[in-house]
Design a protein around this ligand. Sequence first.
Ligand code: SF4
Length: 330
Amino acid sequence: MERVLSGTRPTDRLHLGNLLGAIENWKILEGQIGKVFDECFFMIADWHALTSEYENPQALKNNIREVAIDYLSSGLDPNKSTLFIQSHVKEHAELHLLLSMLTPLAWLERNPTYKEQLQEIKEKDLKTYGFLGYPVLQASDILAYKATRVPVGLDQLPHLELAREMVRRFNFIYKKEVFPEPQSALTKTPKVLGMDGRKMSKSYGNAIYLSDTGEVLKKKVMNTLTDPARVTRKDKGHPEICTIYSYHEIFSPAETQTVAHECREALRGCTDCKMHLFGNMKSRLAPIHEKRAELEKNPRHLSEVLETGTQKARKFAQDTLTEVRDVMGL
Ligand code: SF4
């Protein structure tokens, strides 16, 4: 039996890219509990959020709550998966410290994600010990539960390889197979574009959030980029370069051929096409919006779910730490 661990940084609410790229996959893994997996741990990685947001912690508490609501309203089942807040299980921090004793600095410095982000993110001071050590904290998250499967995107693969290197080094130094080597659970994920045609990302300000409803959602759909060649209703379009069409592929799968044909032949206008999409998007997201409204009315339930998850997670992590302290002479 295998264990799964994954999480999200609560730097904002979750958007469609997070739903389709991560949560939908987590739900598939959750559905295999008892068959392939014996446990699924999904955390809200607030310490990871602080590695880049340490200067602006004001929004963190609210974002943690929003992400918890997003998890539950998107259909993760707290009776099956363990949902918890990373910083409430202090064992992650202890394991981070202990693993950092044996992690060569060069492993972290050569990490491609680290180098890339230092280059790209100029508005924040990321030349910190915490940011450099991000992969050690990530390895601690995984290893505290002896998780064997980690659903990650391609950009996270180098971090997972680092976690495996740490496992090999730890088991070699202490001559005991304390940790299993975690493997990736790469799953097919649709590339979700943002309203401006770039990858959907909170940092680009182009995201459609799961919590966007009614007029907010409609306005975002109406402001989304289309084929610039369609200046007038009579101009023929190219759906393959239209962001609205890419959303139709997700939200109107049975109608994409009609949409593409009518676009190419100028038989539909972009405003009608957007309204068509908005209708389908609204229906698909309706259960999420309904569940969110219920959860917002019942904060106590939300706290109970997180507290129960945290207690369960802590128990697993405590057992692992007992073993780790023992082999490390503590
Ligand atoms: S008709 Fe639809 S698919 Fe074609 S360019 Fe306009 S919005 Fe895009």
